[in-house]
Design a protein around this ligand. Sequence first.
Ligand SMILES: Nc1ncnc2c1ncn2[C@@H]1O[C@H](COP(=O)(O)OP(=O)(O)OP(=O)(O)O)[C@@H](O)[C@H]1O
Length: 296
Amino acid sequence: MAASRRFLIIHNPTAGRRRRKRLDAVLARLAEAGCTVDLAPTGKRGDAEEFAAAAGAVDAVVAAGGDGTINEVANGLMRRQAQGLPPIPLGIVPLGTANVLAAEIGLADNADAVARALTGGVARPIFPGLANGRYFLCMAGAGLDAFVVQDVDLRLKWLLGKPAYAFQTIKRLLQPQERCYEVTVDGAPSQAAQIILAKGRYYAGTFVIAGAARITEPTLHACLFRHSGRWHALRYIAAVLLGFTRHLPDITVLPASQVTINGHIAHPVQGDGDIVTRLPADFTVASSGLPVLFPT
Ligand SMILES: Nc1ncnc2c1ncn2[C@@H]1O[C@H](COP(=O)(O)OP(=O)(O)OP(=O)(O)O)[C@@H](O)[C@H]1O
């Protein structure tokens, strides 16, 4: 693609805190580079997916928001592809709290780098996961993390950013703890209190649980946190934060192509940091890739 690319930029004005300046700086650089931009602000949840699914002749559809908005745009683009339309690359302007996909593709946290990735980046396929038919790019999960995502106070998240999730985690741990889920990984049944299906290597920022997972490969990694109860939950959180999950024998990480979670009907399932479905849930990997603009 030449420098004078044409973009549809789908912007979630409610994403992140005080991030509008970042988008304006990127837009200014794209204008300097001679690019044509159609800016489509979302008005509600779901708009980003519809705008992406209806995209016309552009060089890339760009998601400007957090991982939740990127997830919606990716779902819209995958829907177009499933209808037999030619693939359109996904670009990103990270404006969220954690920005996990930006970390996965090695995108630096400044407007110059973001604009450069859009004007000169190379489209490489990534393979999204599927949770009950809905695509996720980085990770999905059931258990404590999905409840925290579901119940986090959005005003607190707006005010504090990541600490709002820590606060909600503590609140959840003070409640009675749930028993384990039934989980089947490529036909092998077991039990776990928290399950994370990793598509990429990063979790909730740049914490690493499945170090071998790659968004560019058509494989899931099932991370099973085996024991239920408050004490074990605290051990697991410490292991994730301090990076020693691989040293705990009751955390198992398995490459997988098909995972099912049962038990606790209607418990939430998070995908890329938003609730995307409820239990029971089947998880697989998309058979066709989604092109994404990687920085060069
Ligand atoms: N205009 C809008 N009004 C309300 N919600 C929206 C709007 N546009 C998108 N959304 C929804 O807001 C949710 C959160 O968006 P997003 O992830 O982009 O931002 P964030 O929550 O600030 O970032 P992060 O996920 O990194 O914390 C998503 O589920 C998205 O669908």
